[in-house]
Design a protein around this ligand. Structure first.
Ligand code: HEM
Length: 416
């Protein structure tokens, strides 16, 4: 498209739709507004929202395109990082910004990712299998059959938080804190008022102090856990304390509510589509594909944010340095030009793996294999026991446009 035909910030084929409103996620009504955006304005400027102005990108291809241009679309915490709050001008009053490689650009990102990624390679993750399997079996065997309980608390939280505590040797009896910190860290709604921000900061300070303590302990007394493994790696042992702790928080928090909400999507998603559940129950070899499909369907992180580092024309839109750009994975994963019947869970969907739930490009999720391992194990252990989670009430959802998930999914287990 030539310069004169380019879309200015103020023009749009469709009046701006602010898809950052928490209510859309709380009552699961985001599908329709995103459908209109995908059809009529896949790149749209939203001049006003609780998080300030932003560009919305809602179709698959432009998101992949933006992810392939990290020099133009920055992840840097110095600009405000990877979620919708905050801006270039300044951090929100009092906001803590931790140095984590998810919120860095090359070359810093490249160097730090290179040191951490080997701990999450195929053989390293395969070694975690026995532990994950034993924990999953223990949790499933403790559940009542034919009695109502909250799947989120008893299964999703118990498994993901328990697993992270084991992998990082976090004190077992304090593991509920991991859930709390992760919930606080992922709740962008808390970044709107000074009072909420103060609560958030308190939680982040507490978390930072706890991880600093763990780091010291592992320096003095190394074991087999992942922190000790990372400390033994030449490159990571040279990181500053602040960087090491920032990245530790990223690993423990980043993998927590995302995996948890995928586990909840297993119960809720398959209850919504009983024919697909029957297909999976009849053929457990579909489990690895079903895991990808559930991660696509849920999209545990609804968006990632970038900041424009230099004036640019992108997909026909004129973007200015400092503009916020929100990549709506939740919408790209419903893009019908890529995923047919995208609102449906289809356990043998041939291209389920093409989802963008783990992101794309240089920041693609480092922990994807760990998440896949946990999810696959949960589905395998359910299948071994011929257990079915029957959802008995509409779930209660998390009200935010970042972490896309559930507070409560009431189920009753039965055998098939
Ligand atoms: C279903 C579960 C998960 C989902 C949906 C998910 C999603 C994502 C997404 C979308 C990104 C890209 C961020 C960006 O482009 O800005 C990402 C990056 C990352 N994830 Fe995950 N994640 C999951 C599980 C995990 C786990 C289990 C861990 C660690 C144990 C983890 C650690 C990370 C790290 C360290 C990054 C930063 C990568 C980089 O910037 O190069 N994630 N994740």
């Amino acid at each position: 498209m030539n310069q004169s035909a380019a879309l200015e910030r103020t023009e749009s084929a469709l009046p701006p739709i602010d898809v950052s409103r928490a209510a859309l996620y709380q009552d699961e009504s985001w599908q329709e507004p995103f459908r209109r955006l995908r059809e009529q304005a896949p790149v749209q400027y939203v001049p006003d929202s609780d998080f300030g102005p932003y560009w919305s990108i809602s179709t698959y291809q432009p998101i992949v395109h933006a992810e392939a241009l990290p020099k133009v679309f920055s992840s840097s915490w110095e600009y405000g990082g990877i979620a919708i709050p905050g801006g270039v001008e300044a951090p929100i009053n009092g906001e803590i910004r931790m140095p984590m490689f998810i919120a860095m650009d090359p070359p810093h990102h490249t160097a730090q990712r290179r040191t951490i990624a080997p701990s999450f390679g195929p053989s390293e993750v395969a070694e975690m299998k026995a532990e994950v399997q034993a924990r999953t079996a223990e949790v499933l065997d403790s559940l009542p059959i034919g009695e109502a309980f909250n799947w989120v608390d008893r299964v999703s939280i118990e498994l993901t938080t328990g697993m992270l505590a084991k992998l990082f040797d976090f004190p077992w009896e304090e593991r509920a804190k991991l859930t709390y910190w992760s919930d606080m860290g992922g709740n962008v709604e808390l970044m709107k008022t000074p009072e909420d921000l103060a609560r958030l900061n308190e939680a982040l300070f507490e978390m930072g102090a706890a991880f600093a303590g763990l780091w010291q302990q592992k320096l003095a007394n190394p074991g087999k856990d992942l922190i000790s493994v990372m400390l033994r790696s030449d490159a990571m042992s040279h990181m500053s304390e602040q960087e090491f702790i920032g990245n530790l928080i990223l690993l423990i928090v980043g993998g927590n509510d995302t995996t948890r909400n995928s586990m909840s999507a297993f119960a809720w998603g398959l209850s919504q589509f009983p024919d697909e559940r029957a297909k999976l129950e009849a053929d457990p070899s579909l489990i690895p594909n079903a895991v990808q499909e559930l991660v696509r369907w849920q999209t545990p992180l609804a968006h990632m944010r970038r900041t424009v580092a230099e004036d640019t024309e992108f997909e026909g839109a004129q973007m200015k340095k400092g503009d916020k750009v929100v990549l709506w994975y939740i919408s790209a994963n419903r893009d019908e030009s890529v995923f047919k019947d995208a609102d449906k869970v289809i356990v043998d969907r041939p291209n389920a793996r093409r989802h963008l739930s783990f992101g794309y490009g240089i920041h693609r999720c480092v922990g994807a294999r760990v998440a896949e391992l946990q999810l696959t194990t949960l589905l395998e252990e359910m299948a071994k026991r011929r257990l079915r989670a029957n959802v008995i009430a509409e779930p209660e959802r998390v009200a935010t446009c970042f972490v896309h998930g559930y507070k409560e999914v009431m189920v009753e287990l039965s055998r098939y």
